[in-house]
Design a protein around this ligand. Structure first.
Ligand code: SF4
Ligand code: SF4
Ligand code: FES
Length: 298
């Protein structure tokens, strides 16, 4: 189901006139003309991030295995016929990488336009920021007929608004073997009919979903959203600029999951978890994610 990462042979020609590191515990690569020392096994994305080179990503997340479906992170690698995804391609000694060439910029622009075509991007802040950086205009391809799906509201925990879905697969990975191992959702259909779905498109309460909300935690566009956030947005009372975020430890059991309580006007409006925490890696169960209403009477 998950596309395999691109894999192209590198040129055997000498790759750089810059002196390479003799230290066999590290590899030397050239990125945008700068010689950088990397750890073996690091991805191009990690090396770029450490060097302060920002790279757009959509299907990548720090707490998920790269699935290589969006291709917005592509870079040029000398000797490689095609552009390669920076989020999953590991560096090799002597690799020469271009992250901002005309070819890379053009590809990223087109990918951002295709990803956003026919999608409501009103809550996809990162994607719209990158679209602006690359001069991408997803509305060029928008057919308003494509955005006509009712929001699925089947319980009080989270909603699904698939007009906002860019098919990044993050929710599928979080529900599957990257975190929850429940496999309640997957991509069904092909081409324009591809969509995230429960098995046989059943309602969430009838599906295998255990309401951990890990899919909500990784969704970058608001297609999956806390019901509390959805209701406040509908009432035009969602005010992230006035919210505080307090980190605490879940009180339900002894695992020690870290919670981030998002509070607006003295009420918790949603709970997330830090992706870099060693216990949870951003993932929670239903109790930590949704079981906080006892703290605040209706
Ligand atoms: S809430 Fe958890 S179990 Fe349900 S679809 Fe999302 S990730 Fe899967
Ligand atoms: S629902 Fe969200 S996380 Fe899932 S594929 Fe769509 S945009 Fe990605
Ligand atoms: S972020 Fe690299 S392929 Fe999606």
């Amino acid at each position: 189901m998950t596309p395999a990462p691109a894999s192209e042979p590198l040129s055997s020609e000498p790759l750089s006139s810059e002196p390479l590191s003799d230290d066999r515990a590290t590899v030397s690569v050239v990125v945008d003309g700068r010689t950088l020392i990397a750890q073996p096994g690091q991805t191009i994305l990690e090396v770029c991030s450490a060097a302060g080179i920002e790279t757009p990503t959509l299907c990548w997340a720090a707490n998920l295995t790269p699935v290589n479906v969006c291709r917005v992170c592509v870079v040029e690698v000398e000797g490689s016929r095609t552009l390669v995804p920076a989020c999953s391609r590991r560096v090799e000694a002597g690799m020469i990488v271009q992250t901002d060439s005309e070819r890379v910029r053009h590809s990223r622009k087109m990918v951002l336009e295709f990803l956003g075509s026919g999608v409501d991007l009103s809550q996809a802040d990162d994607l719209t920021r990158w679209a602006s950086v690359y001069g991408a205009d997803p509305s060029r391809y928008v057919d308003p007929q494509m955005m006509n799906e009712d929001v699925k509201i089947q319980d009080n925990l989270y909603i699904r608004d698939y007009d906002k879905c860019v098919l990044c697969y993050k929710c599928v990975e979080a529900c599957g073997d990257d975190a929850q191992h429940t496999f309640a959702i997957a991509v069904s259909g092909r081409g324009f009919d591809a969509r995230i779905s429960t098995e046989f498109d059943t309602t969430l309460p009838e599906s295998a979903c255990v309401y951990c909300g890990n899919c909500v935690g990784v969704c970058p566009t608001g297609a999956l959203q806390f019901k509390t956030e959805f209701d406040l947005r509908e009432a035009e009372q969602w005010r992230p600029e006035s919210q505080s975020v307090t980190r605490t430890v879940c009180s339900y059991c002894g695992v020690g999951c870290n919670l981030e309580l998002h509070v607006q006007e003295d009420r918790i409006v949603k709970v997330t978890s830090p992706a870099d925490h060693s216990v949870t890696s951003g993932h929670l169960c239903i109790k930590g994610r949704f079981g906080w209403n006892y703290l605040q009477p209706e």
